[in-house]
Ligand binder design. Structure first.
Ligand code: UDP
Ligand code: LCN
Length: 797
């Protein structure tokens, strides 16, 4: 690439100099991909420089994520392809092009944002590459997020070699399985792999002569004598199948068999799910600050996981009730929520419960009030220690798997997994780093409000200690062809005066797996399923949308015959509900065609305890006043119960409406799949998960929140076409329903997650020694970087 580029720049030096002058004239030290491309295209059009378009320079421009100008050089970070970056610099006068290292690039950024004389060559550098040198990694971008498939291949060949040398890896692993002191899978009679093989043959011969439906009570004594313990199957037929799988693996391990075998092992009985921040409850919480999709996700996940674990335990012949604990923060000043209760059974499950543990100040006093997710860092170490005691008391034993959620939950998952020696799984939901422009580089400006220095440090630690990471989409890990992924953004960055990250996380690590969440099919079902409809809610919904004024609403729809554009979200800036109102306000056609109904925040800013929400409430009122929207927009400043919002989506569908998700960035977007599952044609942001969820024009539409007028036009075009061709609405509606049914279900999610837990559990065991250096390094980082920063925060311990 470099040679070609150099030759081209030499040949077209005049045009290239002109382009560089354009970049300089912008007068900003940092340019983003959109600026770089827009200016490039404008320059080509204005100068008629057709030679530039399609040239090696044009190819590089498209791939450049960011440019930094420090005279006499222009620095570029070029994303050659997913996960592969190179750094270049072009001399602004001589046009010399050189490659620079990651560290040099980061150092230049530091010199731009602070006094260059103070940039220290001995800044702390976080670099995991040397530790990972011998660690197996994926190579192809399209394999990213399918880590377990790669791992199975890796484990099979490792096992093959181990078995060849008479290694007892698998045998020792099988001996580990116990439940409350009762040995499972193997008893101590079998001493080596040879004996195991013999045992398997004899057991199979014996079972072949038994009734296929015989259970352990009948066949157990004979199998025990051969060295086996319960856990192979409920019936003789199932036991034989598991025995056969293991025999085949001992003969020649093969990835798909290994996955099947490990997935059948009785490994997960007790599960801890951590979600410390926000109001974690089952009622009156959704829409409160920091309280959105993560809560919905976890509650649905728990139901699906309990069912899956029960089925699996049943199938392996064990009558063990799986215990799932969701551990969150206890908030004494809980308002209308139940967040002040220590224990709460989870609806729709038999044994799962929420366990709440308070945050405490240094002096041991309980923190009484809600705390923003950006402020939780000083409390987490103590929370983890207290939670550990309470979890052990509740479960009566160690959990078999710990799942963290969001940055704080993932850090606590690390602390607990480390203490208890348990497999750690992370779920990010949303990583803040990519949500805010230059959040790391200008961390010092943001820290008083957002404390990103603590959060990003916690992220780096938890991502790298996790045995496996679940992501909802591919783009969450590795982005798209043109935009970097959320995890990818942690591969290198700098926080001046704090530390530089040279190799922070590798998206080619096999720990990443895409397991997408679902929409609760009991609540979000198509509008056309008339028999299931919650008609008892009709009057309430009707008066809420079309009724007169109420203290918790603003606007009264003047023409109820028009279809509704519906949106619902927490009133965060990033959700951009105010942006949607602005697009609507500025599109006379859209105002003519449809009403706008918004659910989010409060009408009265005084009712909100969150600064960003208050600011958005103010902005919303401003827009409604400025554009005189009260007869066309209905704003519901309230939180809707899940069943109610489920029916609301369907009512909007009944009258030919649409759902719009206008976020500046949306990590996944549960409302998007809920609306689609309800059969509501959906327009959603092209930044984040919806880009992958929706196939544009088939199961919905993408809109660019940075181009509001174009987004409004897309909606206008849709309504206009539907008027001429009513079947078009049906087509999009059906497309959305099919998409969710085929890709986003909790049943598929739970099956995959439990299988992954078993495989990574084995991997955790098999690779324990290999990763010790990395773990020790991260421990040091936790102690020397994270703790002092977190403890130094106001209110810190
Ligand atoms: N939600 C709700 N009532 C409300 C606001 C939101 O039930 O008043 C639910 C919504 O249906 C969805 C979740 O909260 O299930 C929001 O999740 P999403 O992933 O869209 O966004 P997040 O809030 O997690 O950023
Ligand atoms: C957090 C978000 O921001 C949403 O995009 C996700 O849908 C939600 O969590 C559930 O993972």
């Amino acid at each position: 690439m470099l040679a070609e580029l150099r030759a081209y720049v030499k040949e077209q030096s005049e045009a290239v100099s002109g382009l560089l002058d354009v970049y300089l004239a912008i007068g900003r030290p940092f340019l983003l991909n959109s600026n770089i491309c827009d200016e490039f295209n404008r320059y080509c059009a204005e100068t008629g420089c057709t030679a530039l378009a399609g040239s090696p320079l044009a190819k590089m421009v498209v791939k450049t994520q960011e440019a930094a100008i420090r005279k006499p050089w222009l620095y570029l970070d070029v994303r050659l392809r997913v996960g592969r970056w190179r750094y270049l610099r072009i001399h602004l006068e001589s046009l010399l092009i050189e490659e620079v290292s990651t560290v040099d690039f980061l150092r230049v950024k530091e010199k731009i944002v602070k006094d260059p004389a103070l940039v220290d060559d001995w800044t702390l550098e976080f670099d995991l590459a040397p530790f990972e040198r011998d660690f197996p990694k994926l190579k192809e971008p399209r394999s990213i997020g399918r880590g377990v498939e790669f791992l199975n291949r890796q484990l099979s060949s490792q096992l093959f070699q181990a078995l060849g040398k008479g290694d007892r890896l698998l045998l020792d692993f099988l001996y580990l399985h116990k439940y409350r002191g009762k040995q499972l899978m193997l008893n101590r009679q079998i001493k080596d792999v040879g004996e195991l093989r013999d045992g398997l043959h004899q057991a199979d011969d014996y079972l072949a002569d038994c009734d296929a439906n015989s259970q352990w009570e009948v066949v157990g004594p004979e199998l025990e004598a051969l060295g086996f313990a319960p856990g192979w199957g409920r019936t003789a037929k199932q036991m034989r199948r598991t025995f056969a799988l293991l025999s085949d693996i001992l003969e020649a391990p093969e990835p798909s068999q290994l996955e099947k075998f490990l997935g059948r092992l009785p490994m997960i009985f007790n599960l801890v799910i951590l979600s410390p921040h926000g109001y974690f409850g089952q009622e009156n919480v959704l829409g409160l600050p920091d309280t959105g999709g993560q809560i919905v996700y976890i509650l649905d996940q728990v139901q699906a996981l309990e069912q899956e674990l029960r089925n699996r335990n049943h199938d392996v012949g064990l009558d063990i009730k799986p215990q799932i604990l969701v551990v969150t923060r206890l908030i004494p000043e809980a308002g209308e929520t139940t967040c002040d209760q220590r224990l709460e059974p989870i609806k729709g499950t038999e044994y799962a419960r929420i366990l709440r543990v308070p945050f405490r100040y240094e002096n041991g006093e309980v923190v009484p009030h809600w705390i923003s997710r950006f402020e939780v860092w000083p409390y987490l170490a103590r929370f983890a220690a207290d939670a550990q005691g309470e979890i052990m008391a509740e479960l009566g034993r160690r959990p078999d798997l710990i799942i963290g959620n969001y940055s704080d939950g993932n850090l606590v998952a690390y602390l607990l997994s480390h203490q208890l020696g348990v497999t750690q799984c992370n779920i990010a939901h949303a990583l803040e780093k990519t949500k805010y422009l230059h959040s790391a580089l200008y961390w010092q400006d943001n820290d008083p409000n957002y404390h990103f220095s603590s959060q990003f440090t916690a992220d780096l630690i938890a991502m790298n200690t996790a045995d496996f990471i679940i992501s909802s989409t591919y783009q969450e890990i590795a982005g798209s062809k043109t935009i970097a992924g959320q995890y990818e953004s942690y591969s290198s960055f700098t926080m001046p005066d704090l530390y530089r990250v040279v190799n922070g996380i590798d998206v080619f690590d096999p720990k990443f797996n895409i397991v997408s969440p679902g929409a609760d099919a009991k609540v979000y079902f198509p509008y056309s399923e008339k028999k299931r409809r919650l008609t008892q809610m009709d009057d309430d919904i009707d008066s809420l949308i079309f009724g007169g004024p109420r203290p918790d609403t603003r606007g009264v729809l003047a023409d109820r015959k028009k279809p509704v554009i519906f949106t619902m979200a927490r009133l965060d800036r990033i959700k951009n509900l105010t942006g949607l109102v602005e697009w609507y306000a500025n599109s006379p056609q859209l105002r003519k065609l449809a009403n706008l109904v918004l659910v989010g925040g409060y009408i009265d800013a005084g009712a909100s305890g969150d600064q960003e929400e208050q600011e958005q409430i103010g902005r919303m009122h401003e827009l409604l006043n400025e554009h005189g929207l009260d007869g066309q927009v209905r704003w519901l400043g309230m939180r809707l119960d899940k069943q109610f919002s489920g029916e609301l989506y369907r009512v909007v569908a009944d009258n030919g409406g649409v759902f719009v998700q206008p976020a500046l960035f949306e990590a996944f977007g549960l409302t998007v799949i809920e609306a689609m599952a309800s059969g509501l044609p959906t327009f959603a942001t092209c930044y984040g998960g919806p880009l992958e969820i929706i196939e544009d024009g088939i199961s919905g539409f993408h809109i660019d929140p940075n181009h509001g007028a174009a987004a409004a036009n897309r909606i206008v075009d849709f309504f206009t076409r539907c008027r001429q061709e009513p079947a078009y609405w049906q087509e999009l509606s059906a497309g959305g329903i099919d998409r969710v049914e085929s890709r986003y279900t909790w049943k598929r999610y739970a099956n995959r997650l439990v299988t992954l837990s078993c495989i990574y559990g084995f991997w955790h065991y098999a690779s324990d020694l290999d990763r010790q250096e990395t773990r020790r390094y991260l421990e040091m980082f936790y102690n020397l970087q994270f703790r002092p920063r977190a403890e130094g925060m106001e209110g810190g311990n």
